[in-house]
Design a protein around this ligand. Structure first.
Ligand SMILES: [Zn+2]
Length: 373
């Protein structure tokens, strides 16, 4: 992430701090200074915020380490003024695993709050409800403030709305009963309804903080819905609409020099090797170059081609075909229909198709914006 500094490494995961985080520290310093005009008070305010963010890092570590149990790595943890983000490589596909990963974060704050309560009780200063409700941000007992803030973090994070953990919990629960994309859409709708409610209450109570949360939740919900829309649109398109139909083929008996001729004559990098309409394998550019360097150009294609290449059907949906393509470690794979080679599916082409689709969608949205009063 740009504008971030690495501040350390925990359990093998780099922790970054975003530049805007400094603005928060500055804000706290100024707010405390105007309240008490005392430097020690202002510094204790900053210390409190830093300790809170320590708790947030532990919260993110809860997500990251639970995900690691399911073989999912975390790219990094970034601290923003609004909280932390653990950037997981991917989300678990099993809803029960996603549920555990989502719940692990708030669970850490519950543990911290519980430990602080025990500590306060041991010190003979266990706070009652009244004291927890009236907690003062300037001054007051440090440990009590810390405990109450951790409980706040739990409450905020379990709100059933994206991008909060509660949104993922809701999606995971729905996904055990319905299809994943529909579950996401339903959870996103709940999130938007909540954002609307927050916004309304914020306006009635003249509370800018609630308005800010409403905006944040609304954006999170629409982001998640848009991502699902994208996946759904990939899923609804058959391979034949995106596959390459203008390409060269080789036979197993061709020499590598004819593949070289094809490469020099055009832009194609990988060639299906065929016997009639039947696909025997694929000659990739890498394999071609390696064999050329080792054995020269008179070698037949059969000695250099890959045979373990999966094929997809032209009537398959793109989402499934792209997963096959990604899993194959090839740039392109042959597309067949009833046993005959009918096209090639390449990662570059799929990427271009997605770009064109999203450009068209933007144009569509812009047209709508122009039409609305
Ligand atoms: Zn979380």
């Amino acid at each position: 992430m740009r504008w971030s500094w690495r501040i350390g490494k925990l359990a093998g995961i780099n922790v970054y701090m975003h530049a805007t985080f400094l603005l928060l520290i500055l804000f706290i310093l100024v707010a405390y200074w105007t309240e008490g005009h005392s430097l020690s008070l202002a510094l204790s305010g900053v210390l409190f915020v830093l300790v809170i963010f320590g708790c947030i890092v532990l919260h993110e570590l809860g997500h990251a380490l639970t995900a690691r149990r399911y073989g999912i790595q975390t790219r990094d943890i970034v601290l923003l003024p609004i909280g932390g983000v653990a950037r997981l490589e991917r989300m678990p596909e099993d809803p029960r695993q996603e549920l555990r990963v989502a719940l692990a974060g708030p669970a850490v704050n519950v543990l911290i709050a519980g430990a602080l309560f025990l500590l306060l009780a041991l010190l003979g200063r266990a706070p009652g409800w009244k004291e927890m409700e009236d907690v003062r941000w300037v001054g007051g007992n440090f440990l009590t403030k810390l405990m109450v803030t951790n409980l706040w973090l739990v409450g905020f994070n379990v709100l059933p709305a994206f991008p909060m953990d509660g949104g993922r919990v809701l999606r995971a629960l729905l996904a055990t009963r319905m299809e994943y994309t529909r579950a996401t859409q339903a959870a996103a709708h709940v999130g938007q309804a909540m954002a609307f409610l927050f916004g309304l209450i914020g306006i009635i109570l003249h509370d800018p903080f609630l308005l800010f949360i409403a905006l944040f939740v609304w954006m999170g919900a629409s982001d998640e819905a848009a991502m699902v829309q994208m996946r759904t649109s990939l899923g609804g398109i058959p391979v034949q609409r995106v596959m390459l139909t203008d390409f060269r083929t080789l036979t197993a008996d061709d020499s590598l020099s004819s593949a070289v001729d094809h490469i020099l004559a055009g832009w194609q990098q990988d060639f299906p090797v065929v016997f009639g309409d039947h696909v025997l394998g694929v000659l990739t550019r890498e394999d071609l170059l390696r064999t050329l360097a080792q054995e020269g150009s008179n070698v037949p294609v059969r000695d250099a081609m890959r045979r373990d290449v999966p094929a997809v059907d032209s009537h398959d949906m793109l989402e499934k075909a792209v997963a096959t393509l990604r899993g194959s470690n090839c740039r392109s794979i042959p597309v067949q229909h009833s046993g005959r080679l009918v096209g090639m599916l390449t990662l570059e082409h799929v990427g271009e198709f997605i770009m064109i689709q999203s450009a068209l969608r933007q144009a569509h949205r812009a047209a709508h914006a122009h039409n609305s009063p």
